[in-house]
Ligand binder design. Structure first.
Ligand code: PBG
Length: 333
């Protein structure tokens, strides 16, 4: 790099010897404004349904979600991401509930935007919550069809934008979907809808608890390796991001989070666009399980994990810890 003064002319510990010295030289900062809060929705009224593999996280009916989102907004969280747990009776192989303008997630979006216009609402664009086959795309004869899925995703994206979603997050990893969605949004006059593309999304073992949360776990046959990325690849992530940006994405995401911080850094350095990471359900479950055993200190592990995303170049993080952490940060002042 460059020559450093040798010890004892240089003593790196000088800068760590007191909290004020450490504060002065701290390079990255975690703020409530960096946090996007994913929440799970369920039909009904006054329903709070704990998710077994995600202690502290519950599926919420819209009325309960409104109360929680209001608290999150008051803590300075800029956006929530909505995930529906769909009535199994509404799951089909053609996934038409995905573009029902009155589906759970669209009703929730309208309710949140009406009551709390100050907070952003993001919706996932993918078919898995509505698919009898559990996949993100349409399945025929065991094959996940790309182009038919893209058509379905465009329909889904349009009803979501119509319902008032500020940000659409295509999480399906079909080829060409960003361009198709962007062109449809423009044609329908949704010029301000942001596309935050799940650009580098890996076929990960860390999504298990999420699939329980949205009720896709029992349905999914096989795995998602024909569309989600191979965890062994890094250059391919840059190509995926390049495609999505060229097709009209405004922002990109890397997912999962902590095992992929190298990808976050490469994406940020290569493209200099708003870059997000998703600290996924399995990452949350690991920290919670170890903390419950007393094997690690929850607060310091959570804050360290989120600060690491900022250090790796992320502009923000989707995390189930968002309200908890925003509360801690508010206490710290
Ligand atoms: C599916 C989707 C998944 C997640 C977000 N959107 C799961 C998957 O791809 O199987 C995972 C989030 C998490 O694990 O917290 N479109």
């Amino acid at each position: 790099m460059y020559p450093l003064a040798p010890y004892p002319l240089s003593r790196p510990r000088r800068q760590r010897a007191a909290q004020w010295r450490r504060a002065l030289v701290q390079e990255t900062h975690l703020r409530a404004a960096d946090l996007i809060w994913p929440i799970f929705l369920i039909e009904g009224e006054n329903v709070t349904q704990p998710i077994g593999s995600m202690p502290g996280v519950s599926r919420m009916s819209i009325d309960i979600a409104l109360r929680e989102v209001e608290k999150a907004a008051a803590l300075g969280i800029p956006m929530v991401a909505l995930f529906p747990s769909t009535d199994p009776a509404k799951k089909t192989s053609s996934c038409e509930e995905a573009w029902n303008p009155d589906n759970l997630v669209c009703r929730a979006t309208r309710a949140i935007k009406a009551a709390l216009p100050q907070i952003g609402v993001m919706e996932d664009v993918a078919l898995d919550p509505y698919n009898a086959d559990g996949h993100d795309g349409i399945v025929r004869d065991g094959v996940i069809l790309n182009d038919e899925s893209v058509e379905a995703l465009v329909r889904q994206a349009l009803v979501q934008a119509e319902a008032g979603a500020d940000v659409l997050g295509p999480s399906d990893m079909m080829d060409g979907r960003i361009r198709a969605i962007r062109e449809a949004l423009e044609a329908a006059g949704h010029h301000d809808t942001i596309i935050l593309s799940y650009a580098a999304k890996y076929a990960s073992g860390f999504y298990g608890p999420f699939r329980e949360a949205v009720g896709a776990d029992g349905l999914l046959k096989g795995d998602k390796k024909t569309y989600q990325m191979n965890p062994a690849n890094s250059d391919e992530a840059l190509r995926e991001v390049a495609h999505d940006l060229a097709e009209g994405a405004d922002m990109v995401m890397v997912k999962p989070g902590m095992p992929y911080l190298d990808i976050c850094r490469r994406v940020k350095d290569s493209f200099a666009v708003p870059t997000f990471a998703y600290q996924v359900s399995g990452e949350y479950a690991m920290i919670e399980a170890a903390a419950a055993q007393g094997w690690l200190d929850r607060r310091s592990a959570v804050l360290e994990s989120l600060t690491a995303f900022k250090r790796a170049g992320c502009d923000g993080i989707l995390t189930y810890y968002a309200p908890l952490v925003a509360g801690w940060l508010a206490e710290q002042g």
